[in-house]
Ligand binder design. Structure first.
Ligand code: 5AD
Ligand code: SF4
Length: 459
């Protein structure tokens, strides 16, 4: 969501005449778009602000703005903590940013704008996104959250859940497709409740509409809340051919006692039941999840239930975090906090278990042929051949199940296909690594420039 917001910020600043630079030292204006979901994210934001403060000592004209969730949470405190900061703007102030920057430029004043309204409509002025030729991009469909999980800061810094009108979403995606985008990831804290409050269409209905956009090849979405994840969405995977075969369904814990204390509003059994239905309806679907270890009061037995759930589901990938207290989240007040040492230990145990499943799921694809949406060049490495100084170029793309596949491009003798970003190429998976796959495109260039599938390769 922050990546998307940063694009929005960049577009608004471009309208003021600013250009992006990759060199911090030459910037006239630096906007730090912050995240406060976990304590570590907030620490990172402040340590980067410390670095910027040093820069401003050498370059007093530099304007420093802090946006995003830390800005929303801390407000004017940031001005006191980092005197070099000129502007603090909250999660709903992006549309006002050009005015704020202009004011600072003219008056050299310091501004805090962190107003959070109950009914904010996510910005709709989206025609000017700078995409630099990206094949895949994010599209926010809703903002905020009404779920109030007890560990979570989001409802406090992003405000109440608000959905964008489907017509605006369609307009945005159509314009993205015109600029070369082939894959969109629809974003919301809980996409399953899209449109409900406003009486717009349902999320599966939105998926069907997006699916009809000509030129768009793939649709992803995140995040789904298990309590609202129903059979209509499970069926949407089947009925919409562009919806990718992957779901991110955060479980957070495998213990009913902890799920209740987290206010997640589902049980372990309900979650597992939904997973079974999903696997039955969509064979081969990749399932990923989020888990928090060391939630206050989590016993060894609770933790083992989480490990047990992982063994039952066998996730394709997992984001695991140690619990951290967040301001205004109710769990701050919960007793029986787990020591940092114990939390780290549990995280390591859990990650070790997951490693086996990730590797196993990757290994299972070796020998198969997968359609890969080519994203671009992943890296250039020296060919190691002095007679041939050109670097070897590796390309990268993803399977529908969201697994990264790297391969040689058409300048390499081993590749006979036409390779370019945005193309879907059938790829024979040759090797599995811990976090990626290695493959070989199996299409051959025809004399006329068209492509012919090399069926003999198919597993
Ligand atoms: N501590 C640790 N992890 C957290 N998450 C959210 N809040 C916290 C917290 N206070 C994790 C959840 C969520 C993901 C985005 O971040 O797993 O799904
Ligand atoms: Fe946070 Fe829960 Fe909302 Fe997700 S659903 S953003 S974890 S409050």
């Amino acid at each position: 969501m922050n990546v998307y917001d940063s694009e929005q910020i960049a577009a608004r600043l471009a309208a003021l005449g600013y250009q992006q630079t990759g060199i911090l030292e030459i910037a006239d204006l630096v906007i730090v778009n912050t995240c406060t979901i976990r304590a570590k994210a907030e620490q990172k934001a402040f340590s980067f602000l410390g670095r910027l403060a040093g820069l401003k000592m050498k370059k007093p004209g530099l304007i420093i703005g802090v946006g995003g969730c830390v800005a929303q949470q801390e407000g004017a405190k940031i001005l006191r903590r980092v005197p070099q900061v000129d502007l603090v703007f909250g999660t709903q102030a992006i549309d006002r940013l050009p005015l704020l920057i202009q004011k600072i430029g003219e008056k050299r004043c310091r501004i805090v704008d962190v107003a959070l309204t109950e009914k904010s409509s996510p910005s709709n002025a989206l025609t000017d996104r700078r995409l630099d030729g990206s094949v895949s991009t994010f599209v926010t469909i809703m903002r905020g959250c009404d779920n109030f999980c007890t560990y979570c800061v989001v409802p406090h810094v992003r405000g109440r859940e608000t959905s964008r009108h489907p017509d605006r979403i369609m307009e945005e995606i159509r314009s993205l497709v015109l600029s070369g985008v082939k894959e969109v990831t629809l974003l919301g804290q809980n996409v399953n409740s899209y449109g409900k409050k406003e009486g717009l269409c349902s999320f599966p209905e939105l998926l069907a509409r997006v699916n009809s956009i000509e030129g768009l090849l793939r649709i992803r979405f995140t995040t789904s809340h298990p309590k609202d994840f129903g059979s209509d969405l499970i069926n949407a995977f089947k009925t919409n051919e562009k919806v990718c075969n992957h779901i991110h369904l955060p479980v957070q814990s495998g213990s009913d006692r902890i799920l209740k204390r987290m206010n997640r509003k589902y049980t372990r059994e309900l979650y597992l039941d939904k997973i079974t239905k999903l696997k039955d309806t969509c064979p081969g679907i990749a399932i990923t999840s989020d888990i928090i270890v060391g939630f206050p009061g989590e016993t060894e037995a609770d933790f083992n239930e989480t490990m047990d759930l992982m063994k039952t589901v066998q996730f394709d990938g997992l984001f695991a975090f140690v619990y951290s207290d967040r301001p205004n989240a109710p769990a701050v007040q919960f007793k029986n906090k787990i020591s940092e040492e114990e939390k780290r230990k549990r995280l390591q145990t859990l990650l070790k278990l997951q490693e086996n499943f990730t590797r196993m799921k990757n290994q299972a694809l070796v020998g198969s042929v997968q359609p890969i949406l080519i994203e671009g060049i992943s890296k250039k490495q020296s060919s190691g051949n002095f007679n041939c100084p050109d670097p070897i170029v590796q390309w990268t793309g993803r399977t529908s199940t969201n697994k990264i596949v790297n391969f040689y491009g058409n300048d390499h003798p081993q590749c006979s296909a036409d390779i370019f970003p945005g193309k879907t190429v059938r790829t024979h998976i040759e090797k599995a690594y811990a976090h990626s796959l290695w493959g070989k495109p199996v299409e051959v260039k025809s004399a006329t420039g068209g492509l012919k599938g090399e069926e003999s390769y198919a597993a």
